[in-house]
Design a protein around this ligand. Structure first.
Ligand code: 5GP
Length: 114
């Protein structure tokens, strides 16, 4: 099967500003940032979307959020606060079919989203 865009980033076939890497996931800056700090946390396993999660994925998904916070602390956005987002499917405006957590911070964000 063809690699996803994010698998290609993990395999260094596409360059990215990688902030964190471990056996299960990596975090890198979004190419089109929507906030002063905007990075993605992506599991190495190419689960396409939230709808594809199954029993057994709890630990991995929890790990993504632990890493998201650790990188947010390193990036200096944890004190002011930040937002995590996982877009899912067409209505969620997911564009890359490899599950990922957006982490946005460094400015006041608004709510609700559009
Ligand atoms: P989605 O729309 O699926 O929730 O989020 C996909 C994100 O991936 C978008 O915010 C988009 O800017 C980012 N993205 C798309 N292509 C690349 C790329 O080649 N490199 C990086 N670093 N981010 C990308």
């Amino acid at each position: 099967m063809d690699k996803t865009l994010f698998e290609k980033i993990a395999d260094r076939e596409i360059p990215a500003d990688i902030l964190h890497e471990d056996d299960h996931c990596l975090a890198f800056r979004d190419i089109n940032p929507q906030a002063p700090v905007h990075f993605l946390v992506v599991p190495r396993r190419p689960i396409p979307a939230l709808v594809d999660l199954t029993v057994g994925d709890e630990e991995l998904m929890g790990h993504l959020f632990v890493v998201a916070n650790a990188v947010a602390v390193k990036e200096g956005i944890s004190e002011g606060g930040y937002r995590t987002v996982i877009n899912c499917g067409k209505h969620g405006q997911q564009t890359v079919p490899h599950i990922h957590v957006h982490v946005l911070g460094g400015r006041q964000l608004s709510w609700p989203p559009g």
